[in-house]
Design a protein around this ligand. Structure first.
Ligand code: M6R
Length: 606
């Protein structure tokens, strides 16, 4: 999960690389580095720390050239220091590589290369690639890369250049790689935002593809050397859409983009008259006897809401797994199973491998995915895109609400087709879904935001938080706790409210803020009883309450009013308050919300 950029053309490569890497720092920011062909040799500059450290170091240095490669690192093998930063070079400095992924057999490869006389500088797995390629190099870089990769096991997007060739050779297996097609220039990157300042024409390289780029041409082959043809995709987002757009941080911008993102997710898919949805899915909704939802992190919590909705509306048994467990637990799968993978990036390796596992055992597969052209979209039987637009903040916000609304539409699709949901109930839920952008807009009104900011400030010194929710809003509590942990580093636990008395109640004292989701619900009275249990033990209750509910608000120390929504869609409205609570707690504590420590946006290692 590192970020990669490559460039060949007439521009100053350093500018293209630094600008491209600045759009990829969400993929990792332990170190950054560039290698530029200055005309007669490859010059490397690299530093531990965020990209800013490298750009500062480059100021005032005369590093120029029109071919180069750059990398921003999320450390796996080897500490995040200058030596382990990419690019890595051979001893003579002729061959330079950058790599995203993990070379699983790097140790035996390294030992055999050392035995042949190679000396290594770093602790990384990636450095073996430079030496392996050097071993195979007999004047043709493409051929050397191809032969070297035959010995490699693992995941990579690999970009290589040689001081004596005005070309860049790249290859991918598992880890993502996109090529940008320019006019008299060509680009490589881990993700599209790195390319948008220069071109909108991109090629999503597939697993097992190799590409050689020069300024005026490129050639794509498979690893065996056979030419393959890949479609050029025109990207419609403008560079501005991937920028902060006036907000202090990407995360805040993305929280505020939710009304628009929800509009995009629902657009053209709701049929008010019949209470149906049109999802353009080529799978038979009546053919499934059970559903497996597989995802990680925030996407997993969207899956838990999906479980509730599908079981209620379509009456099919659903199980939800974290992908890293699913892939190893030998799940019972048949051709009557629909495996739904949920993922923002479409590249999360645990989810991708779990998808492969489900497919192997005969399940039909469906992806609920944001990133177009990502690996999962190519491997599932069908895709329901959530259309949230690029999400740069490492902590997911807008994709969560879009994922949940996509799960609602899937539940409607299944329920209507299977006859478990009549048209009147379908129409009622479609009306509720249509209201979502407006309700989320209201949830973001300035006075509500100010109230949440005040509460965040009041409890900022808490050591722990407890989140409670019931029914369809139990996952809202889980997601609220995850956001608080990720952004503020405050420990938070979440429980289904009724479970509190079976253990977590022992934690409650006057120092523990308890966030209780107490919005309009057939279970509200029970939640209020749970709140009383907290208050009887001096816990501090922050209640999330539907507008106008003076009864529920009486039981809390602090109240966050949220717009009243249909219970089945209420998780989408309620979570916005918890995103803001986590966000302002973190900013009050001075945390870097866009890039929380130790995290990466797209987790492409196991
Ligand atoms: O790209 P994905 O949706 O597959 O990512 C899954 C998780 O890694 C992701 O949701 C992670 O938990 C985020 N940090 C949540 O904010």
């Amino acid at each position: 999960m590192c970020g990669i950029v490559g460039y060949v053309g007439p521009r100053n490569a350093v500018d293209v690389l630094i600008n491209g890497l600045s759009k990829l720092e969400y993929r990792g920011y332990d170190s950054a580095g560039v290698a530029v062909n200055t005309g007669n040799h490859l010059e490397i500059r690299k530093n531990a720390g965020k990209l800013g450290v490298l750009s500062e170091a480059l100021k005032g240095q005369s590093l120029t050239g029109t071919l180069g490669i750059g990398h921003t690192r999320w450390a796996t093998h080897g500490r995040p220091n200058d030596v382990n930063a990419h690019p890595h070079a051979t001893e003579d400095g002729k061959i330079v590589i950058i790599h995203n992924g993990i070379i699983e057999n790097y140790l035996p490869l390294k030992e055999s290369l050392i035995a042949k006389g190679h000396s290594f500088k770093s602790e990384t797995d990636s450095e073996v690639l430079a030496h392996l390629i050097e071993e195979q190099y007999k004047g043709n870089l493409e051929q050397a890369v191809r032969t070297a990769l035959k010995q490699v096991r693992g995941a990579y997007s690999l970009v290589v250049t040689h001081a004596d060739h005005r070309e860049i050779v790249a290859a991918r297996t598992v880890s993502p790689l996109v090529m940008g097609v320019g006019n008299g220039e060509n680009f490589l990157a881990s993700d599209v935002p790195a390319l948008l300042a220069y071109t909108r024409e991109v090629i999503f390289l597939h697993d097992g593809d190799m590409v050689v780029i020069h300024e005026n041409d490129y050639r794509i082959t498979d690893l065996a050397g056979n030419e393959v043809s890949r479609e050029v995709t025109h990207i419609e987002w403008d560079a501005e859409a991937a920028e902060k757009g006036g907000f202090d941080t990407y995360t805040l911008k993305e929280i505020f983009e939710q009304p628009q993102a929800l509009t995009n997710t629902l657009l053209g898919r709701l049929r008010d008259e019949t209470g149906e949805v049109d999802l353009d899915i080529n799978l038979d909704p009546k053919s499934f006897k059970r559903i497996s939802i597989i995802a990680c992190g925030t996407a997993f919590y969207a899956g838990l809401v999906g479980e509730y909705l599908i079981e209620q509306l379509a009456r099919i048994p659903v199980e939800v797994d974290v992908a890293s467990e699913y892939r190893y637990r030998q799940p019972l799968v048949s051709e009557n199973t629909l495996a739904i993978v949920i993922s923002q990036s479409g590249e999360t390796i645990d989810t991708l491998e779990a998808l492969r596992e489900a497919k192997k055992d005969g399940a039909k597969t469906l992806g609920v995915i944001n990133a177009k052209g990502s690996s999962m979209t190519r491997e599932v039987d069908d895709v329901l895109y959530i259309h949230s637009g690029p999400e740069i903040g490492v902590a997911s916000t807008k994709v969560y609400t879009s994922m949940v609304s996509a799960m609602l539409m899937l539940a409607l699709w299944l329920g209507r087709a299977r006859g478990t949901l009549d048209s009147a109930k379908g129409a009622e839920l479609i009306h509720a879904a249509r209201e979502l952008p407006r309700l989320v807009e209201q949830a973001l009104e300035p006075e509500r935001v100010e109230n949440i900011k005040r509460i965040a400030e009041k409890y900022k010194n808490a050591r722990d938080y407890l989140f409670l929710g019931r029914g369809v809003n139990a996952p809202t509590a889980f997601e609220g706790a995850l956001k608080l942990k990720e952004l503020s580093y405050i420990h938070a636990e979440a429980y289904a409210a009724g479970e509190m008395k079976h253990g977590p109640i022992a934690l409650i004292d006057e120092n523990l803020p308890v966030v209780a989701i107490a919005t309009d619900s057939f279970l509200l009275e029970k939640t209020i009883s749970n709140i009383q249990e907290v208050r009887a033990r001096s816990g501090q209750v922050i209640a999330v309450v539907s507008d106008g509910d003076t009864d529920a608000s009486r039981h809390a120390d602090d109240v966050i009013f949220v717009p009243k929504a249909h219970e089945m869609v209420s998780p989408i409205v309620n979570v916005v308050a918890l995103q803001l609570l986590a966000y302002f707690t973190a900013t009050t504590l001075g945390k870097d919300v866009d890039k929380p420590r130790n995290l990466a946006k797209s987790v492409t290692v196991e």
